[in-house]
Design a binder for this molecule. Structure first.
Ligand code: CO
Length: 146
């Protein structure tokens, strides 16, 4: 039994480690993310965000993306993103406050983005939010670096 258990435990341990660098979010037609807090390990070389829109509404009316910023910048980046428009995925061109962002997707679609772990510092105050017009105020959560 011992000989079977040990490889199983090692597999579980390595799976958990990989997950620390992957942020998986779902968003729906009710303008909500399924999580209000996500976390990544400070040791991540690369971080991946995967967003799945589980709703049915099109991107033009209920589009969602994931934008990562320092928490203090959510409102300003959200407002500037609205001005940037749909073709820019509601993210201002060359906005240095944007640490990472996905494209905007509609119901049934998914998207992802990878960015270097070095973009985040342990103990920093980061948030993720959707920059689709009007969404940033409710579609947001904390990104904790552990
Ligand atoms: Co949204």
């Amino acid at each position: 039994m011992r000989f079977l258990l040990l490889p199983a435990l090692l597999l579980l341990a390595s799976a958990a480690q990989a997950d620390d660098c992957l942020i998986e979010l779902k968003a729906d037609d009710a303008m909500k993310f399924d999580k209000t807090e996500v976390s990544v390990a400070a040791s991540c070389k690369s971080i991946e965000i995967k967003l799945t829109h589980t709703g049915k509404l099109p991107a033009a009316s209920m589009g969602h993306n994931v934008v990562v910023v320092e928490s203090a910048n959510v409102q300003a980046v959200g407002q500037d993103g609205m001005k940037a428009g749909a073709a820019a995925n509601f993210v201002g061109a060359d906005d240095k406050r944007v640490i990472a962002h996905t494209s905007v997707v509609g119901g049934g679609a998914s998207t992802s983005v990878k960015f270097p772990g070095s973009a985040l510092k342990a103990g920093g105050d980061y948030s993720f939010f959707c920059s689709f017009p009007g969404h940033w105020a409710v579609m947001k959560g904390k990104l904790v670096v552990k």
